[in-house]
Design a protein around this ligand. Structure first.
Ligand SMILES: [Zn+2]
Ligand SMILES: [Zn+2]
Length: 323
């Protein structure tokens, strides 16, 4: 699993940073890609990156501000030529369906693949409710969403892998005279298996504790709020906007954005393991951005500032590296 930042700027593109878009590869092998937000120029950023549009299966929109959305019609259209028969799902706040239909219809764009648009029920995903499940399919991470605090409806997403069965004690099985084969998988799932010689083996006695799946929280634009903390609860990685420096906290409040320091407080309160800052304002020079990063690290040391085309692995718990 890895994150690929395609656009890390706020509001409008600059020479160094395009507007918002983040790819999440949910497999180790780059087979299936999800995209979070699709600012203008996102399909160009794809071309500069190792990610392929042909592998894109789901798009999650946080909100309908242009810097998160204006790249969508072009990307949907181009995908027709590259993955003409592979279905695509788009999730987003209320209004997403109308926006896409208008853009495609008025421009006479015909898609060659099935497009499914799902609007997140923000009433369910409100401040006081628990997280609303958006996607839940066998073999894939579970995605939940909750409303954030921005100038228009904005949702954040929590992507949680399912826990995996514990490690199977293969040495012990071989010592018991049971060679590797399909039976190992059944035992690892905790099944009781009767061998041809009549012995009954209980898989639960041969496997370790379940292995925790990874959790990534990708929030959209927001001022600090309870749902941001809820979405990021004990996440392996929290991706949080940091539009402003701490000195500009009043501006952040006016536009319902966050400072890097506020993002760090959210990460700390949620017990997240790592914080990645993105969506930084072009008003700051690269030197200023080091200050934003230092401010966040003063509260939450395991913080990094994303840059365009950065690939950030999300290791399995217990792994020190890998994908
Ligand atoms: Zn934005
Ligand atoms: Zn916004």
């Amino acid at each position: 699993m890895y994150l690929l930042f395609l656009g890390t700027g706020a509001g409008l593109p600059s020479k160094r940073r395009n507007v918002s878009a983040i790819v999440l590869s949910i497999t180790e092998t780059n087979r299936c890609l999800w995209l979070f937000d699709c600012g203008e120029g996102t399909q160009h950023q794809f071309l500069k990156s190792p990610a392929k549009l042909t592998k894109l299966r789901r798009i999650f929109l946080t909100h309908l501000h242009g810097d998160h959305l204006f790249g969508l019609p072009g990307l949907l259209s181009s995908r027709s030529f590259q993955a003409p028969d592979k279905p695509l799902s788009v999730y987003g706040p209320p209004g997403t369906t109308q926006w896409i239909e208008n853009a495609l219809t008025l421009s006479g764009t015909h898609l060659s693949y099935p497009l499914d648009v799902v609007e997140v029920d923000t009433a369910q995903a409100g401040e006081s409710a628990h997280l609303a499940a958006v996607v839940c399919e066998d073999g894939e991470p579970v995605v939940s969403a909750a409303a954030l605090n921005h100038t228009i409806t904005c949702v954040g997403y929590r992507i949680a892998e399912r826990d995996r069965p514990g490690r199977l004690d293969r040495d012990r099985l071989q010592a018991m005279g049971i060679p590797p084969g399909p039976i190992y998988k059944r035992l690892q799932q905790g099944e009781s298996v009767t061998l041809p010689d009549g012995r009954v083996i209980d898989g639960r006695t041969l496997t370790g504790p379940p292995r925790r799946g990874r959790t990534v929280a990708i929030l959209g634009d927001t001022a600090p709020c309870a749902n941001a903390v809820r979405l990021a609860q004990e996440a392996d990685v929290l991706v949080h906007e940091a539009t402003f420096a701490a000195a500009d906290e009043a501006l952040a409040a006016t536009y319902r954005h966050s400072t890097s320091l506020q993002a760090a407080w959210v990460a700390r309160e949620a017990g997240a393991r790592r914080l990645l800052l993105t969506h930084v304002s072009s008003r700051y020079s690269e030197d200023d951005l080091q200050r934003l990063l230092d401010e966040a690290r003063s509260v939450f040391p395991d913080t990094d500032l994303a840059h365009d085309l950065w690939v950030c692995p999300v290791p399995k718990p217990g792994d020190t590296g890998g994908a």
